[in-house]
Design a protein around this ligand. Structure first.
Ligand SMILES: [Zn+2]
Length: 205
């Protein structure tokens, strides 16, 4: 009987079928034989690129939340807002559930993802896995579908089109930072190779 070593197996993330690891060319893509899901895809300089994008994302996140987001001009009156103003207004107007959902999808999820990635990938760059790296990485992966900055931006653009007839809108630096952050977050998800973390964790056991 042929015995397969556990550390030589890879499970499909879609259907759980176990496959034996084989040596392929470095740039090849490995797919599940049953459902066709991607088991492994080569991503060039994944660690460096994901780390650089995460650090850039944190800077953009800080700008998006610390600087003026939008200013509304009604005649001589100017009303300036920051990114979190909308969440506070939702809460004050009796929509605490909606305010919590917007807080999760536009603030907490992107922040935890970016901080978590820097926490894991910066030490990994020096070939070391920080304490509790796997629970943190699990949170990062769990929260990725909950980061919905692009949907927030879409809703915002629709509101801006409606409001433009009533007031003059002046976009702030935070709005530009948020737009850039949407692209940075999407790029981070694409270039991140989770096997970097999983393989290092397996070696540390
Ligand atoms: Zn599969």
């Amino acid at each position: 009987m042929r015995v397969m070593r556990v550390d030589n197996l890879i499970a499909c993330h879609e259907c759980d079928l176990l496959h034996q690891k084989i040596n392929t060319s470095a740039t090849a893509t490995a797919r599940c034989v049953r459902c066709g899901a991607v088991l492994f895809r080569f991503r060039r300089n994944s660690l460096d690129r994901t780390l650089a994008l995460s650090l850039a994302g944190l800077i953009l996140f800080a700008i998006a939340n610390m600087f003026p987001f939008l200013a509304f001009k009604f005649g001589t009156q100017v009303h300036q807002t920051v990114l979190l103003t909308g969440i506070k207004e939702l809460y004050l107007q009796g929509w605490p559930g909606l305010a919590a959902l917007v807080l999760l999808t536009t603030f907490l999820a992107p922040l935890v993802i970016l901080l978590g990635l820097v926490y894991i990938l910066l030490p990994l760059k020096f070939d070391y896995l920080p304490p509790r790296a796997m629970p943190v990485f699990r949170w990062v992966r769990c929260l990725q579908p909950w980061s919905m900055l692009e949907i927030f931006m879409l809703g915002l653009l629709i509101s801006m089109i409606k409001l433009i007839k009533m007031a003059e809108l002046v976009p702030g630096v935070a709005l530009m930072a948020l737009m850039a952050l949407i692209f940075v977050m999407a790029a981070t998800a694409v270039v991140l190779d989770p096997h970097l973390v999983w393989d290092k964790w397996e070696l540390s056991l």
